[in-house]
Design a protein around this ligand. Structure first.
Ligand code: ZN
Length: 167
């Protein structure tokens, strides 16, 4: 875990044009820089970097983000790994990687298991809604009558609970 002040120092220090120039040949074009996009097979320079905004964007494939996102995407790294690359480049020594306390670890585990249970339950009830005869005739009809479109029902994994299951 890298602490917040260190993250801020890294983000302040990192110059997006410098960093991306290590991977992509950039040419100045007005207030921004242009180059060939490293994320798709680019023939015209559709990749643009704005030093003022600290962001990059490809006008062809839509890839966009800040300097950390670029490294994450380009080198398939996690957020902390990408931050470390930048810290190293800019000589920012104090990358505190604090060990989690036991209490924090436990909270982390609980959050993780709650998430898994929720995910399981959402799938379970959504499956009932879509495949169970009562789910289809009662639940799905109800959602549709309330104006929920099927893609919305799918997107939010709306579900149905059979009678007798509530207890
Ligand atoms: Zn692209």
């Amino acid at each position: 875990m890298i602490d917040r002040p260190t993250v801020d120092r890294i983000l302040d220090a990192a110059n997006i044009v410098d960093v991306i120039s290590e991977y992509v040949t950039l040419r100045k074009a007005g207030t921004s820089y242009k180059g060939l996009c490293p994320f798709h097979d680019d023939r015209t320079p559709s990749f643009s970097v704005s030093p003022a905004k600290g962001v990059y964007k490809c006008f062809s494939c839509g890839e966009a983000g800040n300097v950390v996102n670029f490294i994450m995407k380009h080198d398939q790294m996690t957020y902390p790994e990408a931050l470390k690359v930048l810290a190293k480049k800019y000589g920012i020594e104090e990358v505190h990687e604090r060990e989690l306390t036991n209490e924090e670890k436990q909270q982390e585990n609980e959050r993780e298991s709650m998430f898994l249970v929720n995910e399981w339950a959402a799938k379970y009830f959504h499956n009932l809604l879509i495949n169970n005869i009562d789910g289809k005739t009662i639940g799905l009809q109800y959602f549709r009558s309330r104006g929920f479109r099927d893609d919305i029902i799918e997107k939010f994994q709306l579900g149905f609970c059979l009678t007798g299951m509530q207890e």
